[in-house]
Design a protein around this ligand. Structure first.
Ligand code: F0G
Length: 450
């Protein structure tokens, strides 16, 4: 059979409130063209993020009922620990409430003034936590990773020559860790290859630098390795994921992505002395080492989620549905970051509305038009999000796909809506900012149409 189906049935449904274009126009104006301010009930298809938005399975819900809420040494903790140990091989497994809590603990311990922390691309919260510690975050993705229409299969790879140069320039003693984000969220959800992960590890270890993964989307990265990397097709996604973790000295994970849960995170490491300090900080700010800011039921849901996410049928469906959205848009002439990555499709908004200059926020204009036209919520990743800082970034609109939530007809609706908008793209209006906060302006800025 050619058709790849959703490998699950639906036994609980959540109604979607359908609104009219006229109703949405009123709502959009009421929030000054900022879709972060729109109540989720007024959104038809919500593609704002794939984080914490997954649908849990019947086994995950059953685990939540079976869970043990003991303060110390709960049964749910031992199940979670055993699943994570089997997957990652890491001796130290610290539960946290989400990804940025893991980052905060790690960088509080190893960051600080004068330190430099390279990555392919740091995610915003990772960068913010590094900078909060006083250290400097440096992005070293390969050049192809910055070109929307380059077809390199591993646009999430770190540039090893640039990494080597950085190590020589600043000296290994100032680099407490090198990170690699898999998949590379800020760079279009693109994977890093096993070869690149191994070579990065080797380069770091030659200089005594620990190597950590930001492994939020490790399963999607593993499946893209299976599909795209020479010699990997016959291995299971699980084996590939295990090798990815085996190559690393530690990892930060937001379980809200490939953990298939609505809340949760993990901090993993091999170093005993560092782990002892991390455990102290965990107890101080998150919770005791066997629950780390979570309930026993959250640990159960995560344990089951980290097993289910490596199911080959799930991953085939997941990666295929992202590609399906991307291919549908490309067929309509819409330019996207190619090839489609793991969790999201990124529309090139400057190509979509060339008549709107970056100063009039083409990405935000497209996000607003999408909401008005079809009730779809996406997120601008361009001049609104990053432009206040200076350097003009790519003008992208991210359509992030929640896991196991939407069906193919929902995605067909999204493709149809964007195709219609593309045909009338000349009518899209640019925006200007009428009010903005001093930092992270995309969440609360107010706009007016030009
Ligand atoms: N690292 C990456 C690569 C991420 O994408 C995220 C979150 C985090 C770390 C932080 O995890 O939210 O659990 O604290 N990304 C979400 C997104 C918010 O929409 O891309 P968190």
């Amino acid at each position: 059979m050619k058709t790849i189906i959703e490998p699950f049935r639906i036994k609980m449904v959540e109604p979607i409130k359908l609104t009219t274009q006229a109703e949405r126009e009123v709502k959009l104006r009421a929030v000054h063209f900022n879709v972060f301010q729109i109540p989720a009930d007024d959104v038809i298809i919500d593609l704002l993020t794939d984080s914490g938005t997954a649908a849990m399975s019947s086994e995950q819900w059953a685990g939540m009922i079976r869970s043990d809420e003991s303060y110390a040494g709960a049964r749910s903790w031992f199940r979670f620990e055993s699943v994570m140990r089997d997957l990652t091989g890491m001796p130290h497994i610290l539960p946290t409430h989400q990804g940025r809590a893991s980052e905060r603990i790690l960088f509080e311990l190893i960051g600080g003034a004068g330190k430099v922390i390279p990555s392919n691309n740091h995610f915003d919260t990772t960068r913010a936590n590094i900078e909060h510690s006083g250290a400097k975050a440096v992005d070293l993705v390969i050049d192809e990773g910055k070109q929307p229409r380059s077809h390199h299969p591993f646009k999430g790879n770190i540039d090893l020559a640039k990494l080597a140069r950085l190590i020589t320039e600043v000296g290994p003693e100032r680099i407490p860790v090198c990170m690699l984000t898999v998949t590379n969220n800020s760079g279009g959800g693109q994977p890093a290859s096993l070869e690149n992960i191994r070579a990065t590890r080797d380069l770091c270890h030659r200089h005594g630098i620990p190597f950590f993964l930001d492994a939020c989307r490790f399963a999607e990265n593993a499946y893209l390795i299976k599909q795209r990397e020479h010699g990997q097709a016959n291995r299971s996604a699980r084996e590939i994921a295990q090798e990815m973790f085996a190559l690393a000295d530690g990892a930060t994970i937001s379980a809200k992505k490939d953990g298939l849960v609505n809340i949760g995170g993990v901090l993993l490491m091999c170093d005993d002395a560092l782990a002892a300090r991390a455990n102290n900080l965990l107890i101080l700010t998150e919770g005791f080492v066997t629950y780390g800011g979570l309930a026993g039921r959250d640990l159960e849901a995560m344990a089951q989620g980290f097993v289910e996410v490596l199911d080959e049928h799930y991953l085939e469906y997941r990666i295929r549905s992202t590609a399906y959205l991307g291919e549908g848009l490309m067929k309509a002439g819409v330019q996207i970051v190619e090839p489609p990555g793991g969790h999201a499709i990124y529309i090139d908004a400057s190509a979509f509305c060339p008549h709107i200059p970056p100063s009039a926020f083409p990405g935000q204009a497209l996000v607003c038009a999408l909401y008005r036209h079809a009730g779809i919520r996406a997120v601008e990743i361009g001049s609104v999000m990053f432009g206040a800082g200076g350097a003009p970034p790519m003008e992208l609109v991210r359509l992030a796909l929640p896991r196991r939530v939407y069906t193919q007809s929902h995605i067909d609706y999204v493709i149809e809506a964007i195709t219609e908008l593309y045909q009338q793209r000349d009518s899209l209006h640019g925006l200007r900012i009428i009010e903005e906060p001093p930092t992270l302006r995309h969440f609360t800025a107010k706009f007016a149409e030009i």
